[in-house]
Design a protein around this ligand. Structure first.
Ligand code: SAH
Ligand code: SF4
Length: 387
């Protein structure tokens, strides 16, 4: 079966490659989500209370749970043997009940233009995901993935090209932070997390929420909730659900167009949750959490960068308490979209500012290392398919 997300995209993956890929995906889906062959949970996806319960079942003193989270999250050990303040017999029993399967780093590329490093990780079933570290010596932001592929299929995005392969587990999501911290070292401490890598975080809601809570917890990775941003393409029911969580995480919504016709043509989920519903959900979120939403807007030449688009955007957002972030498009090989030139970008910004909108423009970083989400994985899987 050839999935419809490949159609009318001008992608250069041919039908045979897609069929082979789909067979592999069916196999991978059958093993997906299992923590390990024996069904033991991975320690890197467990919370302190959950580890405490395991310790209690083992009739060990309660403080052992804190020692374990410290080894796993703070010291980033890769095996039970490295937990040297735990007795050999305790470690053996712990490994009977749990597992520890760190991600394998298979590629690291540094940008020539600035302090951006992209990591490609292999998961237990051979799937690959990417994480990007952006920033200088003091402020470092790590962009993490939440799904292998993505079902939403935004027309301009590399992550949606292969459709969804599978959800990532809590441990796999958290371990990106653990591993990059270890690989990047103390010179580049990670102090911001953006959940903007491959995948739609709110489509993998449970695992993502568990993961960000671990990343936030003092006993976990200790990154402040306000330094953690979740980004969504606009899954309306999940935005309402998130508003009920009573947590201080930041929310970004990928808007990309201010009229339904244009938005549906580039973000297909808009057909299901059109702008009126999306904006109502966003306003509810802001009203009930008092958190300001950031709207993301990728500038695509001739698609959403016209004067009329700027006018529509002003009309849509001018009464809202929100932020707007413009992102010049990072071209994806095989897709027909382009970035508008500097002159056009400036004209768009001017029209928005005249209309009274506050905005920021994301600076270009790491274009030479395929730093837009999904691009490195796509390049890798194409290489593999081409043999
Ligand atoms: N699925 C979520 C989060 C991951 S995508 C979402 O869509 O919000 C993170 C952001 O990167 C989104 O705003 C997305 O539209 C944008 N993006 C995807 N591909 C891009 C590209 N090639 N260039 C610039 N931004 C891109
Ligand atoms: Fe999925 Fe986000 Fe890419 Fe859209 S932009 S295909 S939602 S990862």
């Amino acid at each position: 079966m050839v999935r419809s997300t490949y159609d009318n995209r001008n992608g250069y993956l041919n039908t045979q490659m897609i069929r082979e890929n789909t067979k592999k995906q069916a196999y991978r889906r059958s093993v997906a989500g299992k923590p390990d062959a024996g069904g033991k949970p991975d320690l890197r996806g467990l919370t302190l209370p959950e580890i405490s319960r395991i310790v209690e079942e083992m009739n060990e003193p309660a403080y052992r749970a804190g020692q374990i989270t410290s080894w796993v999250y703070k010291k980033a050990v890769g095996s039970f043997e490295e937990m040297t303040n735990l007795s050999r017999s305790f470690r053996a029993e712990l490994s009977d009940r749990t597992c520890l399967n760190p991600l394998t780093s298979v590629q690291r590329s540094k940008s020539r233009h600035g302090p951006t490093t992209k990591y490609l990780f292999e998961l237990g079933d051979g799937q690959k995901v990417e994480s990007v570290l952006i920033g200088g010596s003091r402020r470092n932001t790590l962009c993490i993935s939440t799904q292998v592929g993505c079902a939403i299929g935004c027309r301009f995005c590399a992550s949606g090209l292969e459709g969804l392969v599978r959800n990532m587990t809590t441990a796999e999501i958290v371990d990106q932070v653990v591993q990059v911290r270890k690989l990047a070292g103390d010179t580049r401490p990670i102090n911001n997390i953006v959940v903007m890598g491959m995948g739609e975080p709110l489509a993998n809601y449970r695992q993502v929420l568990r993961a960000v809570r671990i990343i936030n917890a003092d006993w976990g990775l200790g990154i402040g909730a306000r330094k953690i941003t979740l980004s969504t393409s606009g899954l309306v029911p999940k935005i309402y659900q998130l508003a009920e969580e009573k947590i201080q995480f930041e929310l970004s919504v990928s808007l990309h167009a201010a009229d339904d016709r244009t938005r549906t043509s580039i973000v297909p989920v808009n057909r299901r949750y059109p702008l009126k519903q999306l904006m109502k959900a966003c306003r509810h979120y802001t009203g009930s959490t008092d958190r300001i939403i950031t709207y993301e807007y990728v500038l695509l030449k001739g698609v959403n960068d016209r004067f009329q688009d700027a006018e529509n955007l002003v009309k849509l957002l001018k009464k809202d308490k929100c932020k707007l972030n413009l992102i010049p498009y990072n071209p994806v090989h095989g897709l027909p979209y382009e970035r508008p030139d500097e002159h056009r970008q400036a004209a768009f910004v001017e029209a928005l500012q005249k209309g009274g909108l506050q905005l920021t423009m994301r600076r270009e970083r790491g274009r030479d290392i395929d730093a837009a989400c999904g691009q490195l994985r796509l390049a890798e899987s194409r290489k593999a398919l081409e043999g």
